[in-house]
Design a binder for this molecule. Structure first.
Ligand code: IMP
Length: 523
């Protein structure tokens, strides 16, 4: 090799060296040398910063046919994702998967609530007839949480439009026996069937009214646009929506027992976009059969299969037709699977090996469990996953199910594993989701694979997800990759480099030698 003095610049010399500094991902993840690794065991080396972090795009694939603007996914756990979480995850550019530790009807209702939340055009508006009393209109306002009901001749959705009644029409009326036709606004502004969403939104902006009613050429009501939705549209530019209906995307989980076919049918009727086959060990004949049945019955529905931790598990599910994979066995923060079952894999190694294989077949992967901070998200993506599923990170937020309570002066919410005794014993379900997740439906003695606990109040995900978003953009900037796609490509090409971290290096990477400090993650 030539000496340093033979090169004009340091750059030329660096380029002449036989290998780049640090390790390629293949070298890092060679388990014969280092054993199984998880996120804290390594770091990504910094690259060249030549763009602002705000230019980093985080678009990524959830499944073969679904693309999201962010890689954030909420876990189908009964202390994490119900409709409120799923709505805001989708508005903020990710997606939520509604848990199935409830009746099929309740789960379908939650899916419906997400799908109807922001509906460019509201295709099923609640309507009222002209002969309904004002008292009933007031009660409907309470029941639905909004006023602004189109009035149709026969009180039906596609009836002839007579007017609109809003709370302004009845708020000062004390005689509840008056009829809607006596107080309604008789000449509401209408748009013609066929106008585009942006044309409709333009009219709404100009008329300064809350609702625009869309009618056909015979004056029959077709749909409605709402000013509140217009404002929501403006606030959530990254929202995950169906290209055709403009409805938010919604996922849900089911098990793999016979009754789950009926459950899935209800979910699909409610508008489900993507289903997760929820199992701690996805490589089962039950799951393979379920994938086959779903593909035959609902060919448009995307299926994420799992969980898997090895290439061979993944191969079976990919061959059966999975549109995405969920990776992780034993890495969850509430999980005791590795301890009790002796089965599982360190999450970094699981993510790398499964993704390396699945990506060859164009099957996007989700790294599920063990994510505790933005750095872990970056590492999961650098190891090849396309999205990251979170449970504990999103538990304890305003949008997670359950009430806050106080303990030791701290405001807390419950967070529990779906394999905890508590979750498995939840009654009132047709086929408890938790027991089926762990193949324990027929056990008289339940073997827990998770614990039940509590997490501190984290505030709203309306702040938390943007924090993750900005943090991930900055992280990609440090690495020198302007998009998640480039990050993956550059890892594969060996241009993004890694370093293994010893135990003392991990200590060094934390806060050291302070008498006291406060860890505030965002403003
Ligand atoms: P976290 O984000 O680290 O809290 O992990 C959440 C993930 O743990 C979920 O998405 C599930 O894959 C997994 N999980 C949920 N409940 C249990 C359980 O009881 N035992 C083991 N793993 C669980």
């Amino acid at each position: 090799m030539a000496a340093v003095r033979d090169y004009k610049t340091a750059l030329e010399f660096a380029k002449s060296l036989p290998r780049l500094d640090g390790l390629s991902v293949q070298e890092l993840m060679d388990s014969q040398i280092r054993g199984g690794l998880t996120y804290n065991d390594f770091l990504v080396l910094p690259g060249l910063v030549n763009f602002p972090s705000s230019e980093v795009t985080l678009q990524t694939k959830l499944t073969k046919r679904i693309t999201l603007n962010t890689p954030f996914v909420s876990s189908p756990m009964d202390t994490v994702t119900e409709s409120e979480m799923a709505i805001f995850m989708a508005l903020l550019g990710g997606i939520g998967f509604i848990h199935h530790n409830c009746t099929p009807e309740d789960q379908a209702d939650m899916v419906r609530r997400v799908k109807n939340y922001e509906n460019g055009f509201i295709n099923n508006p609640i309507v009222i007839s002209p002969t309904t009393t004002v008292g009933k209109a007031k009660a409907m306002k309470e029941e639905f949480g909004f006023s602004g009901f189109p009035v149709t001749e026969d009180g039906k959705r596609n009836g002839k439009l007579m007017g609109i009644i809003t709370s302004r029409d009845f708020q000062f009326i004390e005689d509840n026996s008056l009829l809607v036709q006596d107080v309604m606004t008789k000449d509401p502004v209408t748009g013609s069937q066929g106008i585009t969403l942006s044309q409709g939104n333009e009219i709404l902006k100009n008329i300064k009214k809350g609702k625009l009613l869309i009618v056909d050429d015979k004056g029959h009501l077709v749909s409605m646009l709402s000013r509140t939705d217009l404002m929501k549209n403006q606030n959530y530019p990254l929202a995950s929506k169906s290209a055709t209906t403009k409805q938010l995307l919604c996922g849900a989980a089911i098990g793999t027992i016979e009754a789950d076919k009926e459950r899935l049918t209800l979910l699909v009727e409610a508008g489900l976009d993507v289903v997760i086959l929820d199992s701690s060990q996805g490589n089962s004949i039950f799951q393979l059969n379920m994938i086959k049945w779903i593909k035959e019955t609902f060919p448009d529905l995307e299926i994420i299969a799992g969980n898997v931790a090895t290439r061979e598990q993944a191969a079976n599910l990919i061959a059966a037709g999975a549109d995405g994979l969920r990776i992780g066995m034993g890495s969850g923060s509430i999980c005791i699977t590795q301890e009790v079952m002796a089965c599982g894999r360190p999450q970094g190694t699981a993510v790398y090996n499964v993704c390396e294989f699945a990506n060859k077949f164009g099957v996007p992967c989700m790294a599920d469990g063990g994510v505790q901070n933005i750095g872990h998200i970056t590492k999961a993506l650098a190891l090849g996953s396309s999205t990251v599923m979170m449970g504990g990170m999103l538990a304890g937020t305003t949008e997670s199910p359950g009430e806050y309570f106080y303990q030791d002066g701290k405001r807390l919410k419950a967070y529990r594993g779906m394999g905890s005794i508590d979750a498995m014993q939840k009654t009132g379900n047709k086929g408890n989701a938790s027991t089926s997740r762990y193949f324990s439906e027929s056990d008289s003695v339940l073997v827990a694979q998770g614990v039940s606990g509590a997490v501190v109040d984290k505030g709203s995900i309306k702040k938390f997800i943007p924090y993750l978003f900005n943090g991930l953009q900055h992280s990609c900037q440090d690495i020198g990759s302007k998009s998640l796609t480039l990050l993956k490509e550059n890892v594969q090409k060996g241009e993004v480099r890694f370093e293994f971290r010893t135990a003392s290096a991990q200590l060094e990477g934390g806060v050291n030698n302070l008498h006291s400090y406060e860890k505030r993650l965002h403003n």
